[in-house]
Design a protein around this ligand. Sequence first.
Ligand code: MRU
Length: 379
Amino acid sequence: MTPTLRWTGDSIEIIDQTRLPAELVLLDVRDVASAVDAIERLAIRGAPALGAFGALALVVGLDEAQPGSLDAARELLERLRHDIGDARPTAVNLRWAVDRTIDAALAAADSLSPSSTANASDPDGHSDDSSSAGGVAELRQRLLDEALAIGEEDARACAEIGRFGRELLADATVIATHCNAGRLATAGTGTALGVVYAKAAAGEPVRVLAAETRPLLQGARLTAWELADAGIDVSVVADAAMASLIAGGEVDAVIVGADRIAANGDTANKVGTLAHALAAADAGIEFYIAAPTTTIDAALPSGECIAIEQRNPDEVHHAGGTRLTPTDAVAVNPAFDVTPARLITAIITDAGVLRPPYDQSIARALAAAGGVRRGLSEC
Ligand code: MRU
């Protein structure tokens, strides 16, 4: 299986998800402009994959700029913190991973022994060229180590989510999902689809109803592609068809991913998620969020504080390159919506299955996950 993203040694290779399912095209990302472009046009997407990619893009940025001193490298990283970290505002993993990687590397650089950063024979401690180069090389190594660790941790988190989710959904066969929260959206097997893969691996029957996910069709294009590729029974349904399928008893449970989870459990995910949650609540079926603890932004008390990315209206006007709307029609294009915690049966995380009241279960899960620093959001 082609990995969604991969560090080649001096660049990041990604599957260009804008080209799926028609063709499997790989992109070699070796400068910041291409990295930001890939994020903005969703060539790489899904909150955890964005985090792993954004962290690696810092190394690409350092290699591209070749700063001549640690001070210049620090300045560059502070610029990249925003240029890369804020390229998509709702997916908290992106800014979280960029912050974590930069902060770890800078802390290591600050603790470097004076002999590795400065000319020991200079009483004023001024760096010479070779010691500066050594400091920048160590900083680069630290960035790379942290970025690779983020990807590895995400892969482990997906496996844990799959394990917990499989136990929880032992009796569910027909699973509805929205957007793509699978291997294309993470550095592992996925969150919502991680549960599906775990059920399939355990030999349990499983069938997925994938909502097509207008306007960019991540469900129809990506979820259908990766599940079919894995030999899993998948049917694409129009977004508007899901409510009646749920109401008609054709769905056992709904599982979706998340882009940002507030401290009270309110969850932002791809626009259209809320409609499925409302339909599930009305029908009395279970509605689950599957997400790593890194998607929890404990700085935000509730979903009202989550910034919703507004995307280009042209995405709504067009489908498959064809304009659908009259030329003078206006479109609005919020990329995400917020499902209130009261509609969520449980949140399946790498730290276990969280149940209401979420303010308490989330606080406990974050403490168990080591109290790692979360997003920098303010409300
Ligand atoms: O705009 P996208 O395609 O990046 O949106 C992705 C989603 O909404 C996913 O459900 C979410 O990021 C979780 S991915 C494990």
